[in-house]
Design a protein around this ligand. Structure first.
Ligand code: EPZ
Length: 419
């Protein structure tokens, strides 16, 4: 599983370039199956979830070549419509191949996806949406068999602006010969990136990023080259690393509007955040102050993926910060680990009350999920003494060259892989 060993309380300086967005690259790579023609995707981060996606593409019969951040996919040889349970379980994003396969071959045999254990993470909204599109779905013995001769289009009202379900509806209807309208669609930037990629292939998707998205199906899509947008959650993670170590940091390849919901937390904590184009500079005080109540919400609200990371910041911010997790029912597992480091956090249902301490203590802690693991690294950077973050394969799902980048900024962190 691997460990990060961190010696805390080292100031950071310099600049770091943010990787391509995991949650954009994954659906875009799946979307190449719907496109059906060779595509080149640039700025793909080197992550284990990307590796899992490449495995699925290959098992479906696609030709895939990778070179640094570029991934070439030729789905022309697509021969299969089944994804094994083992591959489905490797990550949450495997479910996005459902819509892509329905667009491409009109069939898909899948099972429930994997992903971080931050809640039950059902796929009922995905399946209900597919049925509304005219997809025939049978579920038995853990297998989900989907088939559809012709997507029937129409209006789909989502009960919750699910990111994955929005992506699946777009992918299932992009090559139909009808119009599909999603009401209460997810508005995350990753939806916009997916729509921009598909439109670069000749799709006709309007309204991405808004609550109503209209997909006018087209007969065919064409090859395209596309660069994935920068990862807004990783950008916030490096900002948090600067904040807790009283550092000034330049963060390159940022789209400021994507992280506005988190900016105000850093500014309330006493940091100065300046942006110029796609470059951001954060200047941090010696001592942080507690910030306003955090309520995780669908975009453009505060992102749930930053909740654990900002809780690590709040743990050393003078005063009380209240954090409410509204999206996932089991996304407080990092609290027990932060407490091992001396954090003063009380929990009642979905609300955590964080009373900032002067200094955390280094300890042996477990990553319980991707963002919790990143939060523990942030905490270790400012803790007194040595912090060992165990089970870092969770972190490898979303952070490329994490230890290398932090070391280059002056952190004392090394990776120890268990043989
Ligand atoms: C995406 O997950 C992201 N993952 C998550 O990032 C992110 O936290 C989440 O969106 C919310 O922004 C990827 O894009 C790969 P949802 P997704 O469908 O699509 C419930 C990370 O750390 N729900 O918007 O699974 C669900 O249980 C990961 O990078 C249903 O009930 O999120 C949750 O409570 C973690 N039924 C809420 O909706 C469904 O059919 C939001 O889920 C689907 C979702």
């Amino acid at each position: 599983m691997g460990q990060y060993i961190i010696e805390g309380r080292n100031r950071l300086c310099g600049s770091v370039k943010v990787q391509g967005a995991k949650n954009s690259a994954l659906p875009i790579l799946a979307a190449t199956v719907a496109v059906g023609k060779p595509c080149i995707i640039h700025n793909c981060p080197d992550l284990s979830d990307i590796n899992s996606t490449v495995k699925i593409l290959k098992c479906l019969g696609c030709k895939v070549q990778r070179s640094n951040g570029m991934i070439f996919v030729d789905p022309g040889h697509l021969v299969k419509k089944r994804i094994s349970d083992v591959l489905m379980r490797e990550m949450r994003s495997s479910i996005i191949f459902l819509g892509a396969l329905l667009s491409s071959v009109g069939e898909a045999v899948i099972s429930a996806p994997g992903g971080c254990d931050i809640g039950l993470r059902p796929i009922d909204i995905h399946l209900a949406s597919m049925r509304k599109l005219g997809v025939n779905i049978t579920e038995s013995h853990g297998e989900i068999r989907c088939s559809c001769k012709k997507i029937k289009g129409g209006k789909i009202v989502l009960p919750f602006p699910s990111v994955g379900a929005t992506e699946n509806i777009i992918l299932a209807s992009v090559k139909s010969n009808c119009v599909t309208t999603i009401i209460n669609a997810a508005r995350e930037p990753e939806i916009v990136d997916l729509a921009m990629f598909l439109n670069s292939c000749g799709a006709r998707i309007t309204g991405a990023g808004e609550s109503t998205v209209v997909i006018e199906g087209v007969d065919r899509l064409n090859s395209s080259q596309y660069a994935v947008m920068p990862d807004r959650i990783v950008a916030c993670t490096y900002m948090a690393a600067a904040a807790v170590t009283g550092s000034t940091l330049i963060v390159d390849d940022v789209i400021p509007v994507h992280i506005t919901p988190v900016f105000s937390c850093f500014e309330q904590a006493g940091c100065r955040v300046e942006t110029s184009g796609t470059q951001l500079r954060i200047t941090s005080p010696e001592k942080l102050c507690a910030f306003d109540r955090i309520q995780t919400m669908p975009y453009p609200g505060f992102p749930t993926d930053c909740q654990a990371i900002m809780m690590a910041v709040a743990s050393v911010s003078k005063g009380v910060t209240i954090i409410c997790e509204n999206i996932f029912e089991n996304r407080f597992q990092h609290i027990g680990e932060l407490r091992r480091m001396g954090a003063n956090i009380k929990v009642q249902d979905k609300i955590a009350v964080v009373d900032g301490v002067d200094c955390l203590q280094g300890a042996f802690v477990h990553s319980t999920d991707l963002r919790a693991g990143a939060a523990l690294v942030v905490a270790g950077l400012c803790a007194e003494g040595t912090t060992t973050v165990d089970r870092i394969s969770y972190i490898d799902r979303g952070y490329a060259s994490f230890a290398e980048n932090l070391s280059a900024l002056g952190a004392v962190i090394q990776r120890k892989d268990q043989l």
